[in-house]
Design a protein around this ligand. Structure first.
Ligand SMILES: Cc1cc2nc3c(=O)[nH]c(=O)nc-3n(C[C@H](O)[C@H](O)[C@H](O)COP(=O)(O)OP(=O)(O)OC[C@H]3O[C@@H](n4cnc5c(N)ncnc54)[C@H](O)[C@@H]3O)c2cc1C
Length: 391
C-alpha cells in the first residue's frame, strides 16, 4: 500500500529522506520552515560510506561534476607545521571501499538532492511551512503546521535538525547542549591564494585546544577552511551562522606555525557556528516510536570531528527507504526496524566524534602520544574501516 509520509525539514537529511521514501513508492509531503531551500555556504566531507549511497541513488555523476576528490588526508601539528601522518584516498579509497572520498560545497550537495527529489511526482515540497507539532491516532498522525491547517498522514519523519520540534515532542529531553567549541568557517578562492597555500588535500592541523581543517570544494576551485577553538557560549545558540570577530579567532589560535597563520590571514571574513550536540543515543526508541521517526541531526546531533553528521543523515535515509519498501510489516513495524538498524551505529559515531575532539585538541602527554602514534601507525590509525565500509 502507498503510505502518506510527512517530513519536517528540508536540509540534507530531509531531502535525502524524501528521495528514499519516494523511491520506496510512498506519497511524500516535505515541510520546510524557511522561505527557500538553501544551505549556508561551507564544505562537507563525504566518506566512501556516503558516496557509495549517493552513487546507488543515481547521483554519482552529479557528485562527480561538483565535488572534489582529495588524494589524501594530511595530519599536521598546528604549532610546528610538521606532518605527522597521512592517509591515501583518491584511487586507494575506491580500491579499498569501492567508492571515493569526496569533499563538496553544502549548497551543491543540497541542489543535487533537490533536483533528484523534483524528478519524483510523488513528492510535494512546501516552503515557509514549519511543523509545529503532532498528535498520534490509531492509524495515522495529525501534523500541526504553521498555517494552521493540520494534515493527516500515515507517518511523520522529523528531519528538522538540531533544535527539532518533532524530537521535542517525541522524546521531551530538552535542548541540545553547547559543546564549549566554536567553529569559525570560511571559503576562499584557491586562485587568490599564493601557490604554496593551495591544496587538493584534506589537511587537519592539530594544536592545543584547537584544530583547523582545510579542503577543496567545487572541483577544487574553492578551499573550505574551518577553525575550531574553545570559547564561551554565544547568546543565541539556535543560529548556526553568526558574523565572527577575526580578532577573537586570532587570539584563540595563539602561536600557530607561519604556513597555517598565512592561511588564516588570507580569509577576508569568517562566520561563526557554536557547536552543540547531545549524548550518544541509548536506544532505538530515540530514533522511532510508533508512526513518528527522527532522522539526521534531529536524532543524533554530533560534534563534527568525524565529519559524518550529514553522512549519518544520508545513511538514515537510505535505511528508512529500504525499511518502508519491506513487505510483510506494517508501518510502525517498518519504522521500528529502521530504528533498530540505525541507532547503534549513530551512537558509535557520536561517541567517536567526542573522543576525536579530545585527541585533536590534546595537550601534554596525550598530545605526545597522539603524534607518536600517528607517526608510527599512520594509515592504520587514521583509516576507519568500520565506518567507511558502511552499515
Ligand atoms: C562546522 C561543521 C562541520 C561539519 N562538517 C561535516 C562534514 O564534513 N561531513 C558531514 O557529513 N557532516 C558535517 N557536519 C554536520 C552536518 O552539517 C549536519 O549533520 C547536517 O547538516 C544535518 O542535516 P539535517 O538535515 O539533519 O539538519 P539541518 O541541516 O539542520 O536541516 C534541518 C532543516 O529543518 C528545517 N526546520 C527546522 N525546524 C523545522 C520545523 N519545525 N518545521 C519544518 N522545518 C524545520 C531547517 O530550516 C533546516 O532546513 C558539520 C557540521 C558543522 C557544524
Amino acid at each position: 500500500m502507498r503510505n502518506s509520509i510527512a517530513i519536517a525539514g528540508g536540509g540534507i537529511g530531509g531531502l535525502a529522506a524524501a528521495l528514499c521514501c519516494a523511491q520506496a513508492d510512498q506519497e511524500v509531503q516535505l515541510f520546510e520552515r524557511a522561505a527557500a531551500f538553501t544551505e549556508v555556504g561551507a564544505g562537507i566531507q563525504l566518506g566512501p560510506n556516503v558516496t557509495r549511497i549517493l552513487q546507488a541513488w543515481g547521483l554519482g555523476q552529479g557528485l562527480q561534476s561538483v565535488a572534489a576528490f582529495p588524494p589524501q588526508l594530511q595530519v599536521r601539528q598546528a604549532l610546528t607545521g610538521q606532518c605527522t601522518g597521512q592517509l591515501r584516498w583518491g584511487a586507494q579509497a575506491v580500491a579499498r571501499y569501492g567508492a571515493p572520498y569526496a569533499t563538496v560545497h553544502r549548497a551543491d550537495l543540497h541542489q543535487l538532492l533537490l533536483d533528484a527529489v523534483h524528478a519524483h511526482s510523488s513528492v510535494r515540497l512546501h516552503l515557509n511551512q514549519g511543523v509545529t507539532g503532532y498528535s498520534t491516532q490509531a492509524d495515522g498522525v495529525r501534523v500541526g503546521l504553521d498555517d494552521g491547517a493540520p494534515l493527516n498522514v500515515h507517518a511523520l519523519i522529523g528531519a528538522d535538525g538540531l533544535w527539532s520540534r518533532v524530537r521535542g515532542q517525541l522524546l521531551g529531553d530538552g535542548p541540545a547542549r553547547f559543546s564549549g567549541h566554536l567553529a569559525y568557517r570560511a571559503l576562499l578562492n584557491q586562485s587568490d591564494l599564493p601557490a604554496a597555500l593551495r591544496s587538493p588535500d584534506v589537511t587537519v592541523w592539530m594544536g592545543p585546544h584547537l584544530h583547523v581543517v582545510n579542503y577543496p570544494v567545487r572541483g577544487g576551485e574553492l578551499m573550505n577552511l574551518v577553525a575550531i577553538v574553545n570559547g564561551p557560549e554565544p547568546q543565541d545558540l539556535s543560529s548556526w551562522d553568526h558574523s565572527a570577530n577575526a580578532a577573537d579567532l586570532q587570539r584563540a589560535l595563539g602561536g600557530v606555525c607561519p604556513a597555517l597563520q598565512a592561511l588564516i590571514d588570507a580569509v577576508p571574513a569568517w562566520r561563526l557556528w557554536p557547536l552543540c550536540d547531545r549524548p550518544p543515543m541509548r536506544s532505538a526508541t530515540e530514533q522511532a516510536q510508533g508512526r513518528v521517526a527522527l532522522l539526521g541531526d534531529a536524532a543524533h546531533p554530533m560534534r563534527p570531528y568525524m565529519a559524518q553528521g550529514a553522512g549519518m543523515a544520508i545513511e538514515d535515509a537510505d535505511v528508512l527507504g529500504r525499511c518502508l519498501a519491506q513487505p510483510g510489516l506494517n508501518l510502525p513495524e517498518q519504522l521500528a526496524h529502521y530504528a533498530q538498524q540505525r541507532w547503534q551505529r549513530n551512537a558509535r559515531v557520536q561517541q567517536r566524534a567526542v573522543r576525536n575532539g579530545q585527541i585533536f585538541h590534546a595537550t601534554g602527554m596525550v598530545r605526545w602520544g597522539r603524534d607518536t602514534a600517528t607517526r608510527l601507525f599512520g594509515e592504520r590509525l587514521l583509516d576507519v574501516p568500520w565506518l567507511y565500509n558502511g552499515p
